[in-house]
Design a binder for this molecule. Structure first.
Ligand code: CA
Ligand code: CA
Length: 286
């Protein structure tokens, strides 16, 4: 009996040792953190870039696919470009598309980037880098009613490929793990599209699917104060110099107006002689 008891204890110790060793060997990765910026105090009508940054993670990825929903009542999409910290890596593929929408208060942009295409002739000089990996470029609306409000830029899940990072060999896909809103609150699973990886995406198979990425939503807050009406040259005052500045832009290819309406005063889209006339009346007709 004593002998059997000792044997049991030895086997238990051995089992615990093996378990501990295997856990140590497979020590979990440090999750990636992917964060969209919160950009503050942007003027009505101004361009703004919402960068997406890689801020932590113990692994290296060689592709990403992001699906981002942005507030289309406040932001007009311009384009998407590879992030500054990946430019020097010369990733071989980068593309984006604006998805069709039924109601366009929110629009979706999908961005895909791949470091090394199969059988590609050239090879990238580096893979994932900490820092800026993607830039979403917008113009803030010229609708002055939106001053003082905030536009959300949220990661969006539509299928199992949404917001994923891929390993270089394409044998591992890192999916969303926890999702945090603009204030840092954990919103995982609270909304079917904004709460992270869809159910059923983490399945065993040839490709290893891992919940390995913490996702942080971003935003653009729009400045409340407009500045000086009709201050085309942006010096903080309105005077004859602003009219000359606008004339120079409309007729002579001068620099673009810097006031919050971007020189468009007459309510008709586009900068024309009518805007100049409007401004002259505004100055001398008061
Ligand atoms: Ca001025
Ligand atoms: Ca106009």
């Amino acid at each position: 009996m004593i002998s059997n008891g000792l044997k049991l204890i030895r086997m238990t110790v051995l089992a615990i040792t093996l378990l501990a060793a295997s856990l140590y060997a497979n020590s979990p990765m440090t999750p990636f953190d992917i964060a969209a910026q919160n950009v503050s105090d942007v003027r009505i009508g101004d361009p703004v870039t919402v960068a997406i940054d890689l801020t932590s993670g113990s692994e290296v990825f060689g592709s990403y696919k992001f699906l981002v929903a942005y507030d289309a009542t406040r932001l007009n999409f311009v384009n998407a470009t590879i992030g500054n910290d990946l430019v020097a890596c010369h990733w071989e593929s980068f593309s984006y598309t604006l998805l069709p929408c039924s109601q366009c208060n929110t629009r979706l942009v999908e961005v895909t980037a791949v470091a090394d295409l199969a059988n590609g002739g050239e090879h990238p000089s580096c893979l994932s880098q900490f820092g800026q990996i993607l830039k979403l470029n917008f113009n803030v609306t010229t609708d002055t009613l939106m001053a003082g409000s905030t536009a959300a830029v949220n990661f969006y899940w539509d299928d199992c490929s949404s917001n994923t990072l891929g390993s270089v060999l394409a044998d591992t896909v890192w999916h969303g793990r926890f999702v945090y809103d603009q204030q840092g609150n954990n919103i995982t699973d609270l909304d079917p599209h904004l709460g992270g990886t869809l159910h059923g995406c983490i399945i065993p198979g040839d490709i290893v699917n891992v919940r390995g990425t913490n996702i942080h939503d971003g935003s653009v807050s729009i400045r409340l104060k407009f500045g000086v009406y009709a201050d085309c040259n942006g010096d903080g005052r309105f005077n004859i110099a602003d009219i000359i500045y606008l004339i120079s832009y409309v007729f002579d290819g001068g620099p673009a107006p810097r006031d919050y309406l971007h020189g468009d005063f007459d309510g008709v889209e586009g900068l024309t002689i009518a805007d100049v006339v409007f401004l002259i009346h505004y100055m001398f007709g008061r």
